[in-house]
Design a protein around this ligand. Structure first.
Ligand code: HEM
Length: 530
């Protein structure tokens, strides 16, 4: 009987201790992720990996800086505090490079391109690229390319609307931005937005590689997998080789083409793509570009400019689907803009900018679209302030790069008093920053383009608070080019189409370095006839 009583008491004690432990973890869980001996917070991190961005938000809402420990001494300090962000990205910039872990994880994809370079090597690449990106030649060329490919997209949507067929907007945007960035970078036609929507193996390999290298950041076993050449690491070797084969093939072909053009005394300066411009630097002796340098340079531009812009356009369409009032306001602004431009043209004695369209052809939908597109120039797009605000609002809530890790060279103290250790990683979380009530007010999570406007004009925001394009010396080099493409595409699409998410279609993220929608964005499209 005594033994039974003792056993019963022991059992109660164990139950009590277990409950206490569970409770303690429960309380801790509210403020920071659960931490286990040896494993750190790996269990919770892996459990929530599929919804990582949303998992971080409530923690960072409570404490604007949070530490997450993982096995093998990996430590991440996540922050949404603009002062910390300014310290990391600008004031103590030299202490927060991409870091060795980032370089090692991403090398198979980014090589030694600008995204993966630090110190002198980064400075050299940044200087050359900044010069090229700020050239008017590139801007004018990009305007033409962006318009041409948006018109291709509009034709596909026109057909889909007529046939009452649903379309995957993310897939179409990925095709459009791939075609555009490859034309601008390499000077080649990819043709992925051809009406048959062909499968482009390069695009598939690109997505696979991106996804696998991103997962390396929370996979302590990836090096072992690589050593054994199994699982995701075997796949990434294959997909990275496909990318390289494609890019080196383009480089070979373009080098031969350029030689032929030079021999035939053709004016190669007429070619305005970045590839030609970098090759000319080579010839002038300003830079030396091997095929590997060119592969890294151009591929980094493609990586930088393709997914980011496509993802932003996809979330933009999702936002106007879920906020039809915003879609209508944008449409109103575009109609007023169109009228104003037409009046200006008439005042200029009907001096039309491009092809002239007869009354007959004007009744045709595609000609109306083409006619409207003639009004769109770099300068005229600046007038569309509400559209601009809607794009910024999309980027605030759905920044294409949702979180951005940096290495730590030496122990440091962040402005909010958080200590960061040499060898760890700090991460500013753009996705969570857009949702912080402390930064944007109680309606932080609402989609409200109006928050950007004062007297109808977009107001600038600190880049350390609105971090979609990063900030400081490494601020996005393609920001202006991206805004140009975003405005060009959205103005044509919003002027002529209405979108609705396909009934029952689930909208969710795919966990990658860019904020892709898992399974795309299936929508139905209708034409706006007025
Ligand atoms: C909506 C579109 C875009 C967004 C949201 C965006 C955002 C960003 C962000 C967050 C970074 C920092 C990434 C890092 O730390 O590694 C970055 C860097 C960069 N972006 Fe963009 N980007 C966009 C479009 C473009 C385009 C179209 C180009 C041009 C091809 C471009 C070129 C670059 C380059 C070259 C860098 C590296 C800058 C450096 O490290 O010095 N981006 N961008």
């Amino acid at each position: 009987m005594n033994i039974l009583l003792i056993r019963f008491k022991c059992f109660i004690k164990i139950v009590n201790i277990t409950t206490l432990v569970i409770r303690l973890y429960g309380v801790r869980k509210k403020r920071a992720p659960i931490k286990w001996p040896l494993l750190g917070s790996l269990v919770e991190v892996l459990w929530n990996y599929h919804r990582y961005n949303d998992w971080l938000v409530p923690y960072l809402q409570k404490a604007s800086t949070m530490r997450v420990d993982l096995p093998a001494g990996l430590t991440y300090t996540y922050t949404v505090d603009p002062l910390n962000v300014e310290h990391i990205l600008k004031n103590n910039f030299a202490n927060y490079p991409k870091g060795d872990a980032f370089k090692e994880n991403m090398h198979i994809f980014l090589g030694d391109g600008i995204f993966n370079a630090d110190g002198e090597e980064w400075r050299r690449q940044r200087k050359t690229a900044s010069f090229e990106f700020s050239s008017k030649i590139l801007r004018d060329f990009s305007t033409v390319v962006f318009k041409e490919y948006t018109l291709n997209l509009a034709a596909i949507l026109d057909n889909a609307a007529t046939a009452h067929q649903a379309v995957d907007m993310q897939d179409l945007f990925m095709r459009m931005t791939l075609d555009a960035i490859c034309k601008i970078s390499f000077g080649v036609e990819m043709g992925s937005l051809a009406p048959s929507l062909p499968t482009i193996p390069f695009a598939k390999a690109f997505e696979t590689t991106n996804e696998i290298v991103t997962a390396r950041f929370v996979d302590p076993l990836w090096k072992l997998k690589r050593f054994l050449n199994v699982s995701s690491e075997a796949t990434v070797l294959q997909s990275a080789k496909e990318i390289d084969d494609f890019v080196y093939n383009v480089i070979r072909t373009r080098r031969i083409e350029l030689k032929e053009l030079q021999q035939s005394q053709n004016d190669i300066l007429k070619r305005k793509d970045l590839f030609t411009r970098f090759l000319l630097l080579n010839e002038e002796g300003t830079e030396t570009y091997t095929d590997k340098n060119l592969r890294d340079t151009m591929l980094n531009f493609v990586i930088a400019g393709r997914d980011t812009t496509a993802v932003t356009l996809s979330w933009f369409v999702y936002m106007i689907c879920s906020h039809p009032d915003v879609a209508d306001k944008i449409h109103e602004e575009l109609c007023a803009f169109e009228k104003e431009r037409e009046k200006e043209e008439q005042a200029n004695f009907n001096h039309s900018v491009g092809i002239s369209l007869s009354e007959d052809t004007l009744s045709n939908f595609s000609h109306r679209v083409a006619k409207f597109s003639q009004h769109l120039t770099y300068e005229s797009l600046l007038k569309l302030q509400y559209l601009h605000a809607a794009i910024l609002e999309t980027l605030r809530l759905y920044p294409a790069v949702p979180l951005d890790p940096k290495g730590v060279i030496a122990d440091d103290l962040l402005p909010d008093g958080t200590k960061v250790k040499k060898g760890s990683l700090v991460v500013y979380v753009a996705y969570a920053m857009g949702r912080m009530t402390a930064l944007w007010g109680a309606d932080a999570c609402d989609f409200k383009p109006e928050r950007w406007l004062k007297d109808g004009v977009v107001q600038p925001e600190s880049p350390f608070k609105f971090t979609a394009f990063q900030a400081g010396p490494r601020i996005c080099l393609g920001k202006d080019s991206a805004m140009l493409q975003l405005k060009m595409a959205t103005s044509i699409l919003c002027r002529f189409f209405k979108f609705q998410v396909f009934p029952g279609f689930p909208v969710k993220f795919r966990q990658m370095s860019t904020l892709l929608l898992a399974g795309g964005l299936k929508v139905t499209v209708t034409k706006r006839m007025t």
